[in-house]
Design a protein around this ligand. Structure first.
Ligand SMILES: O=C[C@H](O)[C@H](O)[C@H](O)COP(=O)(O)O
Length: 235
C-alpha cells in the first residue's frame, strides 16, 4: 500500500474522534489534505463542525470542501486539532513544518484541548532529527539570526548540524521561500536531536527566531496508517 493510502487511512481513523458541534483545528500538508476531503464528505452528510485552518492552502481546500470556517478570537475554544507531522518520536514529540506551516500550526495546536497527529508509518521514528528541522525566522537581518542559530546549535552539541535557507518561488525577489506570514525558513539538518525541549527553548530564545518546527508536549495521540490498518501511540 502506498504512503498516500496510509495517510488517508490515518485521516479516516482520526475523524472518528470528531463529533457534532466541535471546533476543529485543521492541519496542513498532504495528510491533512486527506482529512479535509474526508471531513468535507461528513459535513455534506450532516456533520456540523467549525474549522480553523492552519494555512492559506488548508483554508482554500476546506472552503472548496464546504467546511464552515471561523477566525479564532479570545473566546474560541478549540476542541480538537488534527494535523500531520514529518517525524513523531516515542514521547509524541514532533518535527513539523516540512510544508512551512508550523508557525500557525503550533499556535492552533497549543491552544487546542487535544491534538491528534495523523501520518503514514514512515513518520514514526526512534529519535527526532533525520528530517531537517524547519525554523521560521524574521527577514530583517536574517544573516544575524542565522549566525545566532549556528552558535546555539554548537552550544547544544549540534556543532556538525548544517543550515540552509529554504529556497522557493514565492519570493519574487530572491528565490527564497516565504511563509504565509511572509517570513523565511532555515532548515537545520541535525541528524539526531537528543533533547528536543532544550533545543526548542534555545532556538526560541534567539531574537529573530519566530518559531521552530519542534512540537514538544503538545500532541496527545498519533495515528499511523499502515498496510494492515492503523497503529496508535498515546491516548
Ligand atoms: O508545514 C507542514 C506541516 O507541518 C505538515 O503537517 C508536515 O510537513 C507533514 O506533511 P505531510 O502530511 O505532507 O507529510
Amino acid at each position: 500500500m502506498s504512503a498516500d493510502s496510509q495517510k488517508r487511512r490515518a485521516a479516516a481513523a482520526a475523524l472518528e474522534h470528531v463529533t457534532n458541534g466541535m471546533t476543529l483545528g485543521i492541519g496542513s500538508g498532504s495528510t491533512a489534505k486527506h482529512l479535509v476531503e474526508l471531513l468535507g464528505e461528513k459535513v455534506r452528510a450532516g456533520l456540523t463542525v467549525l474549522g480553523i485552518p492552519t494555512s492559506e492552502e488548508t483554508r482554500r481546500l476546506a472552503t472548496e470542501a464546504g467546511i464552515d470556517l471561523v477566525e479564532p478570537d479570545e473566546m474560541t475554544r478549540i476542541d480538537l486539532v488534527i494535523d500531520g507531522a514529518d517525524e513523531v518520536d516515542p514521547d509524541l514529540n514532533l518535527i513539523k513544518g516540512g510544508g512551512g506551516a508550523h508557525l500557525r500550526e503550533k499556535i492552533i495546536a497549543a491552544a487546542g484541548q487535544r491534538m491528534i497527529v495523523i501520518a503514514d508509518k514512515s513518520k514514526k521514528v526512534a529519535q527526532l532529527g533525520k528530517f531537517p528541522l524547519p525554523v521560521e525566522i524574521e527577514r530583517f537581518s536574517w544573516p544575524l539570526t542565522v549566525q545566532a542559530i549556528r552558535k546555539a546549535l554548537a552550544e547544544n552539541d549540534l556543532k556538525s548540524a548544517t543550515l540552509k535557507l529554504r529556497p522557493g518561488a514565492r519570493d519574487a525577489g530572491g528565490g527564497v521561500y516565504l511563509t504565509d506570514s511572509n517570513n523565511y525558513i532555515a532548515d537545520i539538518q541535525c541528524t539526531r536531536i537528543a533533547d528536543p525541549a532544550a533545543l526548542d527553548a534555545a532556538l526560541r530564545a534567539i531574537p529573530g527566531v519566530i518559531e521552530t518546527g519542534l512540537f514538544v508536549g503538545i500532541a496527545d495521540l498519533a495515528i499511523f496508517g499502515t498496510d494492515r490498518g492503523v497503529e496508535t501511540l498515546g491516548a
